[in-house]
Design a protein around this ligand. Structure first.
Ligand code: MN
Length: 233
């Protein structure tokens, strides 16, 4: 007998998969901070080579590619961050680096929208980043491509075009922490599970979006991610 809830539970956030009619149901969204040295430098930080660090977004912050969203609430400096997203269909804790890729279902192009002014204020006051990072439509994602169709992570270009200008342009091999290193490290703190997404950090070139902005991002071998910010009505 189905559970008797007080009200309808929220629908499961899910991502389309290239060449597959079924959707990928999203459980949690982990994000890696400062995973490209050039981006860390542009933000006035150094990469901590001791260990990666993370923040999270609610699965309900997911926004599928192709959407037009209102300019996010509560900010006057919303930034784009183009990212390579890893999707897990297996779980585990204390996963060995050599086994980490066994957890990976596939990859997607994504954009980590960030309320930079709120994040900066939080940093100044040594407060959590949630207001800056976890908000409606802040985890933008394109369709997932199964890992077998993508091949080895390395030379693929990752780039973002904002209103016709290429603003971010790097290769996945520029990542400080590799995907298996991230999965192995993260699994020491969380029991990873099917449905988990990992946004693996952004290259240099982050910047603000405006009402009417159009973002189009890509990673070689993956479906693109596109987003429009609604013009002021
Ligand atoms: Mn990011």
């Amino acid at each position: 007998m189905p559970a008797d809830y007080l009200f309808d539970p929220a629908p499961v956030p899910a991502v389309p998969v290239v060449g597959e009619p079924r959707l990928f149901p999203v459980r949690r969204i982990f994000c890696v901070g400062r995973n490209y040295a050039a981006h860390a430098a542009e933000m006035g930080n150094e990469v901590d080579r001791e260990a990666p660090f993370y923040f999270t977004k609610s699965a309900h912050a997911l926004c599928l590619s192709g959407a037009t969203i209102p300019y996010p609430a509560g900010t006057e400096d919303c930034h784009y961050e183009m990212e390579f997203v890893v999707a897990l269909n297996r779980g585990g804790a204390e996963v060995a680096e050599a086994r980490a890729m066994d957890l990976v279902f596939g990859y997607a192009s994504g954009i980590d929208l960030t309320r930079r002014d709120l994040q900066a204020a939080a940093k100044d006051k040594r407060r959590p980043w949630d207001l800056g990072k976890d908000f409606a439509n802040s985890a933008v994602i394109g369709p997932l491509t199964p890992a077998a169709s993508f091949g080895q992570i390395g030379p693929q270009r990752i780039h973002l075009v904002h209103d016709g200008d290429t603003v971010q342009d790097a290769t996945l091999s520029d990542m400080v922490w590799s995907v298996p290193e991230i999965i192995a490290h993260l699994s020491r703190f969380y029991t990873l599970a099917p449905g988990d997404l990992i946004y693996t950090g952004t290259p240099a070139g982050v910047g603000p979006v405006y009402p009417g902005s159009r973002l189009a991002g890509g990673v070689d071998g993956l479906a693109p991610v596109c987003l429009d910010i609604a013009p002021v009505g």
